[in-house]
Design a protein around this ligand. Structure first.
Ligand code: FES
Length: 284
């Protein structure tokens, strides 16, 4: 087996892919909630991805990603036997689990790929875990079977009602709390706006909330400042202080503003990759 070789590939829906990659040193030390930074080739950009799992015996790590940016679209072209140029990790702090008895993990869209190891990791750790997984439509639902096998309770929601229950994850969370469900913690993983409202609902009912943030990263070691975010009025770095933060302390407006910084460049990059790859695989 070659270093950073793709050993397994599965398409989850029209633009989400699950890869297993041979990276024994990373797999040996990985814990739920941690991420890696990879490059597809020596000239490629460095992108962070949270690990969706790892297997120390096989020496593999799992990555689940949506092909929506330059690198992930290129990754979409990789097949079993292809290799990444480099993978650095595990980075970031592992998910905090000790002392928790019952939690609700709320995943939105592609964030469900990151919520998957987190929720299953909680369950494995002996924490009763309720998962609310939200998607726009039926076509975008991923990992349902895996969630069902890995958590205590699962609610699948779609915005348009084409699958599972109709409605937003935030509404389901509030419904469960109002019905008397007790949670030590609510953990939000998904788009910033969805995490903001999820954390606000938890706060409204006096429940501690945690948000798993994603950010633009370069070095992943706290040196470049690329992943700076404001937490409780202080500057923090997602790569070394996170990726999980107290949801009540996140400056959501700052985070949402920063996440739109490179929108134009990203659109250009996508168009470029579309030209290179035949342009058939681009989805917002
Ligand atoms: Fe450079 Fe976090 S990626 S400070």
């Amino acid at each position: 087996m070659k270093r950073f070789e793709v050993t397994w590939k599965r398409r989850l829906n029209h633009n989400m892919v699950w890869l297993k990659i041979y990276a024994p040193l990373v797999a040996k030390h990985a814990k739920p909630g941690q991420f890696i930074i990879l490059r597809t080739d020596e000239f490629g950009e460095r992108i962070p991805l949270t690990m969706a799992g790892h297997n120390e015996e096989d020496g593999t790590i799992d990555l689940i990603y949506a092909a929506v940016g330059r690198t992930t679209m290129l990754m979409d072209q990789l097949e079993v036997g292809d290799c990444f140029a480099d993978i650095v990790g595990p980075l970031g702090k592992p998910t905090h689990m000790d002392g928790l008895k019952r939690v609700c993990v709320v995943g939105g869209g592609t964030g469900n790929a990151l919520a998957y190891p987190l929720a299953c990791g909680m369950h494995k750790h002996g924490v009763e875990t309720v998962m609310i997984a939200g998607f726009k439509t039926k076509d975008l639902v991923i990992l349902e079977e895996e969630f069902r096998a890995g958590v205590d309770e699962l609610y699948v929601m779609t915005d348009d009602g084409s699958y599972g229950e109709k409605g937003f994850t935030t509404a389901k969370l509030e419904e469960l709390i109002q019905a008397g469900e007790k949670f030590d913690e609510v953990i939000a993983v998904g788009p910033p706006m969805m995490m903001k409202f999820t954390c606000q609902i938890a706060e409204k009912y006096g429940i501690h909330s945690v948000a798993s943030l994603t950010a633009y990263m370069i070095d992943g070691t706290g040196m470049c400042g690329g992943c700076r975010c404001k937490i409780g009025g202080e500057d923090k770095f997602v790569c070394v202080d996170g990726p999980e933060f107290d949801g009540a302390l996140v400056d959501w407006d700052d985070l949402i503003r920063r996440s739109a910084y490179y929108k134009d460049q990203e659109a250009e990059d996508r168009a470029h990759v579309c030209r290179l790859t035949g342009g058939v695989r681009y989805h917002d």
